[in-house]
Design a protein around this ligand. Structure first.
Ligand code: GDP
Length: 432
């Protein structure tokens, strides 16, 4: 998905704007367990277009009052984004910090839409006009608090946002792109080092692949694989303030550039909230998924029993992902990684022929009809797979299909067709 970042200094109203943009959508979003609002990026939609909204409001609590780091942190978000909404408090006007962010925006060359926020009254519109002086084009007067002007702002943002993320340009015949994600200290850099050390690291680009300097090309089982954004793993940034936020942004950036994510978990400790947030980001991204339990050398009989229960309890969102138990320290079972990646990517690419899909669904639905609601029974007329990577299905139905019934269909599709390691999406179009 293309990435739209909301950038601006503390207190200009970024989070309020994010809530506005998501608000409408959150109401219709299904109950996904483990999803909290405490994250840096959210899938969003406007005017029929899907995009990833990156919220840089999250670190305000951390860095409030430290203006220099505002610019630094904005830089990370700007690099990751395909387009930026730059939020300025029109009641205050442009500050020196704002000017600094403007310079970063210019250097980046990314499309920018200028949001003059806190225009709560007619009088305030004059303040908004003053922001032409920033040289970022037309300031869009907005009251994020009251919702005023957000529609026009988003229309402009959609015009600025490319249809396809610059990170998403994956050559179908090129090496597959892997993101290694996980919270600090799960062993990402240990794993990467071990894998790179025991395999051939391709330094020149004769393979004809485009890759960033932050990516690494490693030959595994005779084939090249791109491990994306490895600089973020190798360079261990320890910052007093905002370190978690940086780590989260990096995770999002890496996932966006990848086709498959290896979610690294520490098998010796319980799954944490931070792990859950990372899992949610991966699931939202629609990428293929492999779960790797690292530090298996520390797992004894007792721990293993607990772990089974925890997996059941905490990994519900991705119970369909292949799991491998590994030790980055000893190298144990690291050879299981590639087969798991292959399985996940194969599922991600799978297309079910329409005939087969419909004969399967027809039988399923006639044996297990949708419950009757309000005297009516919605019927599923036809289904088609709209896309791969990940597989997306569209059901044409005569009425609203309940989330529970959709999940039932998803479960059965998985039983029938596998889909190990890939999220699948099911949407419904109602035909009267
Ligand atoms: P990162 O922050 O995710 O990159 O984690 P690191 O790779 O820096 O690892 C954090 C700590 O966990 C280091 O002290 C590693 O030596 C240790 N570690 C990593 N993998 C393993 C493992 O498989 N077994 C054990 N026992 N320790 C590990």
């Amino acid at each position: 998905l293309p990435v739209l970042a909301i950038v601006g200094r503390p207190n200009v109203g970024k989070s309020t704007l994010v809530n506005r943009i998501l608000g409408r959508r959150e109401a219709v979003v299904e109950d996904t367990p483990g999803v909290t609002r405490d994250r840096v990026s959210y899938p969003a939609e406007w005017a029929g277009r899907d995009f990833m909204l990156v919220d840089t409001g999250g670190w305000e609590a951390d860095v409030l009052g430290i203006d220099a780091s505002v610019a630094q942190q904005a830089e990370v978000a700007i690099n990751l984004a395909d387009a930026v909404i730059f939020v300025v408090d029109s009641t205050v006007g442009a500050t020196a910090t704002d000017e600094r962010v403007v310079r970063l925006l210019r250097q980046s060359g990314k499309p920018v839409v200028l949001c003059a926020n806190k225009v709560d009254s007619f009088k305030a519109e004059a303040d908004a006009t003053a922001l032409w002086s920033l040289g970022l084009g037309e300031p869009y007067p907005v009251s994020a608090l009251h919702g005023r002007g957000t529609g026009d702002l988003l229309d402009a943002a959609m015009k600025a946002l490319p249809r396809i993320s610059e990170h998403g340009t994956v050559r179908p015949d090129g090496p597959r792109r892997v993101a290694l994600v996980g919270r600090p200290n799960v062993g990402k850099s240990s794993l990467l080092n071990k894998v790179a050390h025991e395999n051939r690291v391709v330094v020149d680009d004769t393979a004809g692949t485009t890759r960033d300097p932050v990516d690494e090309l490693i030959e595994l089982k005779g084939r090249p694989w791109i491990f994306v954004d490895t600089a973020g793993i190798r360079r261990r940034v320890h910052m007093m303030k905002g370190a978690d936020y940086y780590a989260s942004l990096r995770t999002v950036a890496a996932i966006e550039k990848a086709e498959v994510a290896v979610i690294l978990l520490d098998a010796s400790t319980t799954v944490s909230e931070q792990d859950q947030r990372i899992i949610s980001s991966v699931v939202d991204s629609g990428r293929a998924v492999v779960v790797a339990f690292n530090k298996w050398d520390l797992v004894d009989e007792d721990r293993r029993r607990f772990l089974d229960r925890e997996i059941e309890r905490d990994l519900g969102q991705i119970q369909w992902a292949p799991r491998v138990n590994v030790s980055a320290r000893t190298g144990w079972h690291l050879d299981k990684l590639v087969p798991a990646l292959d399985r996940a990517l194969t599922s991600w690419d799978t297309r079910i022929p329409t005939g087969r899909l419909n004969s399967f669904l027809g039988e399923l639905v006639s044996g297990n009809p949708h419950p009757v609601r309000g005297g009516k029974q919605p019927r599923i007329l036809f289904a088609t797979q709209a896309s791969t990577r990940p597989p997306r299905f569209v059901l044409f139905a005569t009425g609203f299909i309940e989330p529970g019934y959709r999940r039932f269909i998803e479960r059965r599709l998985r039983e029938e067709f596998g889909f190990e390691g890939t999220p699948i999406e099911i949407s419904v179009r109602v035909r009267e």
